[in-house]
Structure formats: structure tokens, C-alpha cells
Ligand binder design. Structure first.
Ligand code: ARG
Ligand code: ZN
Length: 400
């Protein structure tokens, strides 16, 4: 399928909640606009910026309505089809694996095989299960071989299919770990003392679908008889206040929580892996985009986590490290209060399981390109994010 009609992205500053609720139902619902930030109309609250994708066909209607209710708005991306085409640098196809390109699933898979077999002393591969469509979920274990069981950090990327910068970061992380082990003292000490488990693409079926059919797909690709809508939100499907807030029980919604906790096989595979290894996993890091945030529990409640002040202190240190490279500014805080309450997320689940250092990154940008971050930004984004991840890893290592 070709990327159809596309859109103008509108950032809306909301005036009054009541005002909005009325307009929300009668304007957005029947038009089926695609919410980019937040991810669904239910998550919109007073005084936040909202990014939506509007089919060209609806544009006049949406403008008329926005003007009627006097809502501030601005076009961020005039023509989405064109932006999708510009996101990737031009060049020959098929494209070879590159750390500064968005690699498709087959390319990532080939890369995992190559990198693991060429660095047997530092990496091993482990399949933790298959996706709904039968693709193997491979975790790369990075770390110096040891006869004793080492403590570990779990890092995943690409829970949401359309957030392409996330898998690009996991690949970058693996490359950096291998190429700086032995020269960078921090990386050397980290991999000597701990293992890092990296799942480069969590939602492989969805990721593949964004390359082949619909660039804006977010969810898994699971089907269930009785519904024509496909997939659930793999970051609303964990057993952490499951489907109580900021998630939808409508299978057609982009924030559908699934039919039960861990109904999505990808979530179950990762949850099983973390449960099996819970005595050694000391940190859980999950990479998303976009918004430039460093979030920690909770998102399913406004209550502060038992380790709130420590989690905040570490997040602020990590954000400062990140900013030191290119000046990119991040906001840190607990999910519910910092963006919106949303239950069923992996970070809250891992934290409640006992993994104290549990963080969700929302990488670049803040809406100029949104999910369509140009390939020219992969390198700077990954470089700065490395500083934050290494900051957290060093802290965890010191506080085992
Ligand atoms: N944008 C992410 C999402 O909506 C934020 C996740 C924050 N954590 C959470 N448990 N909701 O999935
Ligand atoms: Zn996401």
C-alpha cells in the first residue's frame, strides 16, 4: 500500500477542558484522526500540546472546527507523504545495514547474526520466543564471559512499531559497547562486571509492517476472531494496573490494552524472560520516541514510587549528561504526572516486580518531525542518548 493522503499536523493548545471535551467527541472521533502525541484522545488534558495527523480530505473540516472553538493551532508537517519519503536518505536498494539508517527487520536480523558471530567473547544470542507472526525474538547478551552469574541490565527498543529511532538506538548501543570495550574505562568496567541484555526490536511484526505497509502503525499485529481490528498496544498490555487508566478496551484504538494482561505474545515472552531472570536484572530501560522525556514509575497511578527521589535524581543526572553533548533538553519525572496516566506499561510492571531502576526514554524530537525523524539525526540522537544510558548504568553498577 502506498502512503495515502496525508496530513497536516496540528499542534493545539487547549483553552478549557470542558470546551475541549465537547469538541473532542464531535470533531475528532468521527474523523478518525491519528493522534501522535498523546496517543489517543482520552489522554488529552488541559494545557498540553497535541499533535495529530489529519487526512488531507478532512483538513477543511478540521480547520473550520478549530477556528470555531478558537483553538490555537499550527501546521508542523504540511505533507506527510513527502515527509515519509524524505525521512530516509536516497541511495541504492536494497540497502546494506548501517548504524545511521533505518534498517528494516531482515537487515536487523542479518546484522544480529553477523555481529554475534564476529564477537563471540562479548556477545551471545538467545531466542526468547516468537512473535505472533512467527518471527524469532532474539536478545543479545553483552558482557565479558564469567563463571559466576552476573547482575544485568535489560534494554529494549521498538515496543511501538512506528518509533523507528528506537531500534536504531539499540543497534548503536551494541556497536558502541563492542567498539569501546577495552578503551573506554566505563564501558569496560560495565561489561566486566555486568551483562546487558538488548532486545533491538520488541514489536517485530509491527516494525516490519511499518516498512512494508503503513508507516504509522503502532501496535502488534495479532488477530482475534470477532474483531476486524488488528493488534494491541504492547505498552498497555502489561500486568500493572492493566487497562484501568489511559488505555482503551476498544480493539480498534491505538491504545488498546489487549484482551488480558500479556495477551500479546511479545509481551509475554519478554515478561517471562524478565521474571526468569529477576534476581539478576537490576535495571530495565525501554526506548520510545518522541518528546524528549526520561520517565520512571508510576504511570498507572499518581502515587509516587517508593524510590521516587532516587529515581528522579538519577534521571536528572542522566538528562544533564545527555544535554551536555548537543544541548538537547529532556524533561524527567514520573510518567503519570509528566505526560499522562497510562496503565499497563512495561516500566511500571518491571518496577513492581522489583527492578528498581526502571526508565522509559522518549527520544528526539518534540514534534518538528515526530516519528519521521530524518536519518541525518540518528547519529547525534544515539550519541547523546548513550551518555544518558551510560550514566544510569554507571549508577546502577555503583549501587548493586
Ligand atoms: N509514550 C509512552 C506510551 O504511551 C510512554 C510510556 C510511559 N510509561 C507508561 N507506563 N505509560 O506508551
Ligand atoms: Zn512508544
Amino acid at each position: 500500500m502506498k502512503f495515502l493522503l496525508l496530513l497536516g499536523l496540528v499542534a493545539v493548545a487547549l483553552a478549557e477542558t470542558t470546551h475541549f471535551e465537547g469538541s473532542c467527541l464531535c470533531v475528532w472521533r468521527p474523523l478518525q484522526v491519528d493522534f501522535w502525541r498523546p496517543e489517543s484522545p482520552e489522554l488529552v488534558t488541559i494545557d498540553i500540546d497535541v499533535d495529530i495527523r489529519v487526512p488531507a480530505f478532512y483538513l477543511d473540516m478540521v480547520y473550520t472546527r478549530l477556528d470555531q472553538i478558537d483553538m490555537e493551532h499550527e501546521v508542523l508537517i504540511e505533507d506527510l507523504e513527502d515527509a515519509v519519503n524524505r525521512e530516509r536518505d536516497s541511495g541504492p536498494t536494497p540497502r546494506a545495514h548501517s548504524y545511521t539508517k533505518y534498517n528494516d527487520w531482515n537487515t536487523v536480523q542479518g546484522w544480529m547474526n553477523t555481529i554475534a558471530s564476529s564477537n563471540p567473547n562479548l556477545i551471545s544470542k538467545q531466542v526468547i520466543g516468537n512473535t505472533y507472526e512467527g518471527r524469532p525474538m532474539t536478545v543479545l547478551k553483552l558482557g565479558k564471559k564469567s563463571s559466576v552469574t552476573k547482575n544485568a541490565i535489560f534494554l529494549d527498543c521498538g515496543i511501538h512499531a512506528r518509533e523507528w529511532i528506537a531500534p536504531a538506538f539499540c543497534q548503536w548501543f551494541v556497536k558502541e559497547a563492542l567498539s569501546t570495550y577495552g578503551s573506554d574505562s566505563q564501558m569496560t568496567s560495565l561489561l566486566d562486571q555486568m551483562d546487558v541484555y538488548v532486545l533491538p526490536v520488541f514489536n517485530i511484526d509491527g516494525y516490519d509492517y511499518t516498512h512494508k505497509s503503513n508507516r504509522m502503525w503502532r501496535k502488534t499485529r495479532s488477530r482475534k476472531s470477532g474483531s476486524s481490528c488488528i493488534g494491541a498496544d504492547p505498552n498497555r498490555n502489561w500486568n500493572a494496573g492493566w487497562c484501568t487508566i489511559g488505555a482503551s478496551s476498544n480493539p480498534c484504538s491505538d491504545t488498546f490494552c489487549g484482551y488480558s494482561p500479556e495477551s500479546e505474545i511479545e509481551v509475554k515472552n519478554v515478561a517471562d524472560f524478565i521474571r526468569r531472570n529477576k534476581s539478576i536484572i537490576k535495571a530495565y530501560l525501554t526506548i520510545h520516541s518522541y518528546s524528549q522525556l526520561l520517565l520512571f514509575p508510576y504511570s498507572y497511578t499518581f502515587q509516587l514510587a517508593a524510590h521516587h527521589s532516587e529515581l528522579l535524581k538519577v534521571a536528572e543526572g542522566a538528562s544533564a549528561a545527555l544535554r551536555s553533548l548537543y544541548g538537547t533538553s529532556y524533561t524527567s519525572g514520573p510518567g503519570a504526572a509528566t505526560i499522562y496516566p497510562a496503565a499497563g506499561g512495561s516500566d511500571d510492571w518491571a518496577y513492581d516486580l522489583g527492578v528498581k531502576y526502571s526508565y522509559t526514554f522518549e527520544l528526539r524530537d518534540t514534534g518538528r518531525y515526530g516519528f519521521l525523524l530524518p536519518e541525518s539525526q540518528i547519529k547525534p540522537t544515539c550519541e547523546e542518548t548513550m551518555l544518558a544510558v551510560k550514566y544510569i548504568a554507571a549508577y546502577v553498577q555503583k549501587n548493586l
